[in-house]
Design a protein around this ligand. Sequence first.
Ligand SMILES: Cc1cc2nc3c(=O)[nH]c(=O)nc-3n(C[C@H](O)[C@H](O)[C@H](O)COP(=O)(O)O)c2cc1C
Ligand SMILES: CCCCC(=O)C(=O)O
Length: 377
Amino acid sequence: MATIGAPDSAVPGQPPRLPGEETPEDPGQEPPYLDLDRLEARAREQLPASVYDYYAGGAETETTMAEAPASWRSWRLRPRVLRGTARVRLGTELLGTPVRTPIGIAPWAYQGMAHPDGELATARGAAARGALMTVSTSATHTLEEVAAAADGPQWFQLYRLHSNRHTDDLARRAGDAGYRALVLTVDVPLLGRRRRDLRHRFALPAGLRMANHPPEGDQPTLSDLATATWTFDDIARFGELSGLPVIVKGVLRGDDAARCVQAGASAVWVSTHGGRQVDPAIASAHALPEVVEAVGADVEIYADGGIRTGSDVLTALALGASAVFLGRPCVWGLATGGADGVAGVLAGLGEELTHTMALCGLDDVRSVPRDTITPAR
Ligand SMILES: Cc1cc2nc3c(=O)[nH]c(=O)nc-3n(C[C@H](O)[C@H](O)[C@H](O)COP(=O)(O)O)c2cc1C
Ligand SMILES: CCCCC(=O)C(=O)O
């Protein structure tokens, strides 16, 4: 029976409940996770237009961003019958860290614009569901504050913070603070051209700061975080500095994935950065098979971009991902409901995944066969 605290296996059809959630008999408020479009619409009403557009927008013509959800749905499920599937296990291990769901939180910047508690609330929401949270360099709380906010598993995502010295310090601090891995985001050699942000002249609102930057000196802008000088050699270098396994995020080609692994990466994260960098870039759903083919036998592979339903998650798992990550769905969850809003989104997608797996005769996210899916005709 699924209960508070989110066990790693659940009975399909019985939604997990969160502390304070309405009972099914009490219609109360609409559950936040039933419909992500409506959740986004509520967030949009609450946020200043420039903030909403920063979160919601993509690069150039936003083609990659718009195509992402549909690309997962360019596959169709092939259900198995009569498999006696009464329970579904969502729990797994990522780089040796146990998690209660294969649905994690992608790093996203400037969470203090969405909610006063920002990254601290996201950390609490993730921990309530046993989900992994990736904390961004461009957070509005320090990496030490976020690590202390909840006892759930966390990874730290690294950009270049103004100077090599500050960046090296950040990698060391992540190791000291108890993060379980370092995520190197490599798809920002320079910032993508985001027309909405250019129109608004978007900048972090007064009163908020990039908290990981040392208090002295000018605050960096988003463009200052770009990593044009990084090469494959930085994978091992940051691994040594931090003492952590390194995950390379933003890979869309099999040959690059192989070079990352040769250079010491422990995992590869297939991503278009939510369509915020190269546009039009190949969708994660279409790049994932070649990355799995190139390195899937050697390392774990993760994917993100346009994952909006449990069946999208199942498709990614069938293609060979060990986990998927959510960006904007958690933005809308945080903006509308703080920690509970984030937990609600994770619970909702987890419930959909449980349901779809049971309908497909599958009971374990760690062993979803490739032949569960076939291209849509
Ligand atoms: C508002 C926003 C800020 C982001 N900031 C970061 C960041 O600081 N570091 C990073 O590696 N990726 C960042 N990303 C990319 C996400 O980690 C992730 O790849 C993407 O959001 C997944 O796509 P989705 O939003 O369609 O789920 C950001 C994405 C968004 C939407
Ligand atoms: C250098 C970019 C920092 C934040 C980010 O990753 C995003 O806005 O997508």
